[in-house]
Write a protein of this length. Sequence first.
Length: 241
Amino acid sequence: MEPLEQDFTEIPHEKISEFGPTLIVAPHADDESLGCGGIAALLRANNIDVHIVLLSDGTLSHPISKEYPAERLRILREEELISACEILNIPKENIHFFRLKDRSVPSKDSPEFSSSCSLLAKLLIDIKVQSVFVPWRRDPHPDHRAAYQLVNEAKSPNHTVLEYAIWLSELGNPEDFPLEDEVEKLGINIQDVIKIKQDAIMAHRSQTTHLIQDDPDGFCLSKEMLEKFNVPFEYFYRDIR
């Protein structure tokens, strides 16, 4: 089980603009900042257009909260994403909400997969992006794996796809990690924008604090998990097959 930070090729800052207009695919509000907050901030600093698509409605992070029933929780999490994007300098009009059911983002064996693929393919055409960032294909969360499958089906040969891991080092089994000669590992130094990334992550208060107090089993990122994303590099996988 190889750590993500080993044996990677560093992308120099002068090459960042070559990603061109970019779409970050977030299964849940906070994935975009955790996995891609640094590269998003660097792209915007280079005046590169960045879009975010939020796939799920996020309503299962606190499923038994009475204070935040599903609709209010969805609105809260979308507002948090808007706040995070403001910190990252991503315009509100560049955020796209699919509002698919949390933990049920359609995967290839789902009847809704085809229609969701069509929706994503249309978005890719409409916003004319060059690069797409999406969770690692075997990241240990069903919505993250489904997100990769949707992108893999909806993308065109002209898209550069880079995969970011959220839960791989925390929850991954050996078979979840990249195979030999499956992908190349890329690293981007985000030290200059790490404060921006951290502020964007913390904008997701429902996921990083105990803002919602009436669901004791509700989701909250641990201090240890947050520290894993408070590092001077972001790492991505790019397919080489």
